[in-house]
Design a protein around this ligand. Structure first.
Ligand code: ZN
Length: 138
């Protein structure tokens, strides 16, 4: 695994894997560059393949200033390092996505369901490739 830097302007359409492009990982404040961990892309591609449904990334790389503006964001969020993505898989419940990501990452990485509590119909799953294991289901 390694953390790669890309330019939204110059490499936005570059494919990182069969189903994911650089621009899907951009910080939603629109800034350049974008940092992406190669292992994160591999995990997302496996989720895409397993469910055979489109995966939408709602948030991936975040600058410190953008991260500070997000609700529920940890100060040292894995999003700051390009190691995390918040995803929704078309037609698949967050519980199913959580269960598969948990299995994929086995004894490491972070997997969590948002938002905490009820109202998960429009929720999402956070996946990250940190070394230690962290799980939360709200
Ligand atoms: Zn997240």
């Amino acid at each position: 695994m390694s953390i790669e830097a890309y330019s939204l302007l110059k490499n936005g359409n570059l494919k990182l894997s069969e189903h994911f492009k650089v621009r899907e990982f951009y910080c939603r404040d629109g800034s350049d560059p974008i940092f992406v961990d190669t292992e994160l892309v591999e995990i997302l591609e496996k989720i895409r393949t397993h469910f055979n449904k489109p995966v939408s990334i709602t948030s991936a790389f975040r600058t410190a200033s953008w991260n500070a503006k997000q609700k529920n964001a940890a100060k040292y969020s894995q999003h700051l390092y390009g190691k995390a993505a918040d995803i929704q898989v078309q037609g698949i419940s967050v519980e199913q996505v959580y269960a598969y990501a948990d299995k994929l990452l086995a004894g490491r990485g972070g997997v969590g369901i948002y938002p905490p509590g009820l109202g998960r119909a429009n929720g999402w799953v956070h996946v990250d490739v940190r070394k230690e294991k962290s799980r939360w289901r709200g």
